[in-house]
Design a protein around this ligand. Sequence first.
Ligand SMILES: NC(=O)c1ccc[n+]([C@@H]2O[C@H](COP(=O)([O-])OP(=O)(O)OC[C@H]3O[C@@H](n4cnc5c(N)ncnc54)[C@H](O)[C@@H]3O)[C@@H](O)[C@H]2O)c1
Ligand SMILES: [Zn+2]
Ligand SMILES: [Zn+2]
Length: 349
Amino acid sequence: MRALVYRGPHDIGVEDRPDPQPGPDEVLLRITATGICGSDLHGYTGENKRRHPGQVMGHETVGRIVAVGSAAPGEGREPGRLATVNPVIGCGECAPCAAGTEQLCPRRTVIGVDKEISSAFAELMLAPARNVVVLPDDLPEEYGALIEPLAVGYHAARNGRVGSGDAVLVIGGGPIGQAAALAARRLDAERVVVSEPSAARRTLVEKLGFATIDPTAGDLSEQVQAVLGGPATAVLDAVGIGRTVGDGLRSSALGARLVLVGMGARELTLAAFDVSTFERSVIGSFTYPSNDFRETAEWVASRPDGLQHLVDDRVGLDGAPDAFARLASGDLDASKIMVFPSGLEGNGR
Ligand SMILES: NC(=O)c1ccc[n+]([C@@H]2O[C@H](COP(=O)([O-])OP(=O)(O)OC[C@H]3O[C@@H](n4cnc5c(N)ncnc54)[C@H](O)[C@@H]3O)[C@@H](O)[C@H]2O)c1
Ligand SMILES: [Zn+2]
Ligand SMILES: [Zn+2]
């Protein structure tokens, strides 16, 4: 098979790799589309040390089932079916795994991150059967690759206990901020605003039906109050740097929750009294439990309005190195570029 191999910082290319063979508990998929995630990009530039030369990245994916291991049939996992893959692989033995919270498994691995695991910027990929989620056959296939980032946003909003009474501030209008805003709406929040400095991204977020504010245009807290009619009761920070956490806290009500889903800074300084004396909570969020992934797959399968705006560009495997280079250079407004490892034709759009 052909696969996109990360060779080192700013060096990625198409190479031949042996076709993977499914073990008893595994499913083999022919990959239709895989989204380029910010973390793949940071791996590509070398900023993210969790990617290693020689590995194949890619974890936001969709494909058709080719073969199913002897112990893995069931749940509609038949050759030919369209399916996505939850890339978070738990050990399957610990208490968090038993509870379906594989993101809390101390021995979790993630497809596209750990170099030993078959990953999705390739024509073929293996996945543990329990991580394969079958989709309706008539779904535009690339929508299946949006489920992963949408599930990140959904879990963040659920961790923030977002509901109908909330006034929600989403910080950052990238794919994760977009996903968080869509999730807040899915959880019945009527008042949602997205703070995003890039005009192109604000336009995209507005197409999804959300109000936006430009954090560089003035005091964030004042702008939030003006749009939401009061301070935010929940903040979903999809940037995750000192400035956004600080601004987010100051724009929120007493007792508000701030969910840290953005991972822009490894460490940050925060105004402790803005947390303690206002009884605000800062809540971490990482990927998703398997149920949040499945519920997001069901939601995408229902074809909610807006998904059509989330993919900006599509490339084949041979076009992928250039797409990475252009994204890394920063001279692209693109939000999500999809790689079609098995070719751009016949992707079912
Ligand atoms: N916790 C998780 O499970 C998880 C999963 C995926 C991604 N992430 C993290 O989430 C973050 C967002 O991911 P993404 O793919 O959307 O990234 P992205 O870089 O595409 O988007 C970030 C957006 O934030 C905007 N921004 C920058 N400074 C801002 C500010 N001060 N106020 C408001 N917006 C600002 C940028 O213009 C950009 O549009 C990244 O840090 C990523 O590593 C976390
Ligand atoms: Zn991702
Ligand atoms: Zn486990």
